[in-house]
Design a protein around this ligand. Structure first.
Ligand SMILES: [Zn+2]
Length: 86
C-alpha cells in the first residue's frame, strides 16, 4: 500500500483524488435484531485505478514515487557490522 504520488505539473505531494477498487473479506456480525457490525475486514485485492491531482484537476502529470527502504526488502549495504558479535 506504500507509494506516494507527485504531480510533476504543479509539484503537489499531498492532495490527490484516488479511485481504488478493492476486494475484501469481511466478518459481518449481526445482532439478533438484525443490526450489522463489521468486525474484521481483510483486503484480498486492491487496485488503484486513477489518481488525480487536486490542484490541477487532472491526473496527467501524476507519477508514483517509490519509497525505498520502507517495509520492503532490506538494504544490506547500509548495515554496519556490530562489534562483539561472535
Ligand atoms: Zn498538479
Amino acid at each position: 500500500m506504500a507509494g506516494r504520488y507527485r504531480c510533476s505539473a504543479c509539484g503537489n505531494l499531498t492532495r490527490f483524488d484516488v479511485v481504488t477498487s478493492r476486494r475484501t473479506l469481511a466478518y459481518h456480525h449481526f445482532t439478533v435484531g438484525g443490526e450489522l457490525r463489521i468486525e474484521d475486514e481483510t483486503v484480498l485485492d486492491q487496485r488503484v485505478e486513477a489518481v488525480t491531482c487536486r490542484w490541477c484537476g487532472t491526473g496527467a502529470s501524476v507519477e508514483v514515487i517509490d519509497e525505498a527502504g520502507e517495509g520492503s526488502a532490506a538494504v544490506p549495504a547500509a548495515t554496519p557490522e556490530l562489534p562483539g558479535a561472535t
